[in-house]
Design a protein around this ligand. Structure first.
Ligand code: WQD
Length: 337
């Protein structure tokens, strides 16, 4: 049985990926500092998948802690989710973001190399494309970041590409996520943002359960069908399944590949809002506001490479995503404790 270390495994995408890994027959070890997640997620993973992953409460900046994990476990590959991920916050505290997301990740890569573990799937983001010249976006498009969070993603990609160039034994998959939303169908796992959500669907979920009054729609004067921003929303379970395919690919292919994980479909803010209204069974109030600084008009993925290389294609539609998000919200009004 192959053993996978999942950093950030109690987080939103990480926890869903651990479920899929276990169900695909892998042994899972989770490393997380619990800064942005709860240890109770381990029990939820066990409830769904029947196995409770071995857990290390370790921070990326704890070199000795990282070495210990590799010394105590025969690890075959790593999926690296751990990192700070709030765009706005990264603008306020860039040094914290660079220290954690770059220096911390380098500690992980060094510990891997010292232990001879040279297969890695990295959690990157479509944010590395900046404002694309056209859509759909292909992996060979120019990259351009506009905030420290996005820059840490791109810098990790560059570091990992250079590691692969220096040592042909390394296999690295750089997975560029579009907009992950939704929750596990069981209602046991989902997104639990800290404080007031910045992202669209977690915010809509709070309007739907009455904890926020109305959705602020950031601009309706974009060059899009209804004037509101268009994004490629992908179900978090589709995203998790993409990671299983990526791990399998890494075991058979050395080198470094950048791969988009999206659906190839774009939905506007208002289309998502109306899908959520269907899911929760009531009209959701909103107000049109000015554009949010740094937002782009539209962004969706060209999914050809993921289909060709990984044999992976997203299966869930926007209604599935909203229904599963709403079920999790109803079942976990106070998040996962
Ligand atoms: C989506 C659309 C907003 C909130 C961000 C990060 C990116 C990635 C995914 C990590 C936009 C509109 C939103 C609201 C709104 N994260 N919106 N009212 O900005 O596409 O991407 O999350 O990798 O790095 O930048 O996602 O959900 O914030 O916004 O009108 O209250 O919804 O203007 O058009 P975004 P988002």
């Amino acid at each position: 049985m192959k053993r996978i270390l999942v950093t950030g495994g109690t987080g939103y995408i990480g926890s869903h990926t651990c479920v899929e890994l276990i169900q695909a027959g892998y042994e899972v070890i989770i490393m997380d500092n619990l800064y942005n997640s709860s240890i109770a997620v381990l029990d939820r993973i066990e409830q769904i998948a029947g196995t409770k992953p071995k857990f290390y409460r370790t921070d990326l900046l704890d070199k000795e802690g990282l070495e210990r994990i590799f010394a105590e476990n025969e690890i075959d590959a790593v999926i690296h989710f751990a990192g700070y991920k709030a765009v706005g916050e990264s603008v306020q505290i860039p040094m914290t973001y660079y220290e954690n997301n770059i220096a911390g990740s380098l500690n992980l890569y060094r510990a891997m190399d010292n232990a001879g573990v040279k297969k890695l799937v990295f959690s990157s983001s479509a944010t590395v494309y900046g404002d694309p010249e056209s859509v759909p976006i292909r992996e060979d498009f120019k990259t351009h970041t506009t905030n420290p969070y996005g820059s840490t993603k791109l810098m990790n990609e560059m570091i990992l590409a250079d590691i692969c160039t220096s040592d042909p034994e390394w296999s690295v998959l750089l997975l560029r996520y579009f907009n992950p939303i939704g929750a596990h169908r069981s209602g046991l796992l989902g997104e639990v943002p800290n404080g007031i959500p910045n992202n669209l669907v977690p915010y809509i979920a709070r309007v739907a359960n009455g904890t926020l009054d109305y959705l602020r729609v950031w601009g309706n004067d974009y060059p899009t069908p209804d004037g509101t921003g268009v994004r490629d929303y992908i179900h978090v379970v589709d995203l998790a399944k993409g990671h299983i395919k990526a791990v399998e690919y890494a075991f058979g292919h050395p080198g470094c590949e950048r791969i988009n994980l999206g659906t190839g479909n774009g939905y506007s803010v208002l289309e998502v809002l109306h899908a959520y209204e269907k899911a929760c069974g009531r009209e959701l109030p909103y107000r049109i506001m000015d554009r949010r600084p740094g937002d782009i008009a539209e962004c969706w993925a060209d999914t050809e490479k993921a289909e060709r290389l990984l044999g992976w294609k997203a299966q869930y539609n926007i209604d599935d995503m909203c229904e599963d998000s709403w079920r999790f919200t109803v079942n976990n009004p106070d998040g996962i404790k």
